[in-house]
Design a protein around this ligand. Structure first.
Ligand code: SF4
Length: 251
């Protein structure tokens, strides 16, 4: 597992993924091929950049490949303090290529064994999680559609349609805590989130390495209004310049 907050001489120097305490990737690699179209070119996801850059020795067959490390499933047992653990920062456990027994080992068996922790999962394929009866200590999240997926550019209409379908699928998933990662906020999607029934949302800007690309302030304000009407706990990422500075979690 990777601890996200890094300290030097007792001073916090890096927060990593801000909304979690640890990442664990018993399943690694991803075949969704997401990318974002920035004003100055195409950016792949952070996980792909990492897997094909600094972490390339751990991904000998590239990022668009399926890796399984069952020995990692016991790692949460050695952390005694109740923590938030992100299950798939370098993969998508809901991905169509993931064998069912591996998905169940990660999403059901490990969380049941390490019951004192909270396990956070995030997918771009919520259909892959239908039919699973999740333990209470798992939060299932979906992330907003990218500009390119499976090697194809998505039109604005296709992205908004996918968001609507994914939100409907999330409603059908048998899990207590449902959330959305709207990172990056690159769509005018406030209306899609009206009456969403979510327990939590994370909102952030787009980034490509050190470069940050800020969302349209109008889209952000409209989304905030819709979320506040529904009293949704919100976590704003530090990469947002116009940041309402809220770091809330599901009730
Ligand atoms: S689903 Fe996530 S990990 Fe997979 S390519 Fe898309 S952004 Fe990257």
């Amino acid at each position: 597992m990777n601890k996200q907050k890094k300290y030097v001489n007792g001073k916090l120097v890096s927060r990593g993924i801000e909304w979690t305490d640890y990442t664990i990737n018993a399943i690694a690699g991803c075949k969704h091929g997401c990318a974002w179209l920035m004003t100055d070119g195409k950016a792949p996801c952070y996980a792909e950049t990492t897997a094909e850059g600094v972490a390339s020795s751990a991904y000998p067959q590239g990022f668009a490949h399926h890796y399984y490390y069952p020995e990692r499933l016991d790692e949460p047992l050695s952390v005694k303090e109740p923590s938030r653990i992100f299950l798939d920062s370098m993969s998508d456990v809901g991905g169509f290529w993931v064998p069912d027994e591996q998905r169940r080992a990660v999403l059901i068996d490990m969380p049941k064994k390490a019951y004192w922790h909270t396990f956070q999962s995030l997918t771009k394929n919520p259909k892959g999680l239908l039919g699973i009866e999740f333990p209470q200590n798992v939060w299932v999240g979906v992330s907003t559609p990218p500009d390119v997926m499976w090697g194809h550019a998505l039109s604005m209409r296709q992205k908004l349609r996918k968001l609507e379908i994914d939100l409907q699928t999330l409603r059908e998933i048998k899990v207590k805590t449902k959330w959305y990662s709207i990172e990056p906020l690159s769509l005018d999607c406030a209306e899609q989130f009206r009456n969403h029934g979510l327990d939590w949302a994370v909102i952030g800007a787009a980034s490509n390495g050190a470069k940050k690309y800020q969302p349209n302030p109008d889209h952000l304000n409209k989304l905030l209004e819709v979320m506040d009407e529904q009293h949704t706990p919100l976590f704003f990422k530090g990469n947002l310049i116009h940041n309402p500075h809220r770091e809330e979690y599901p009730k």
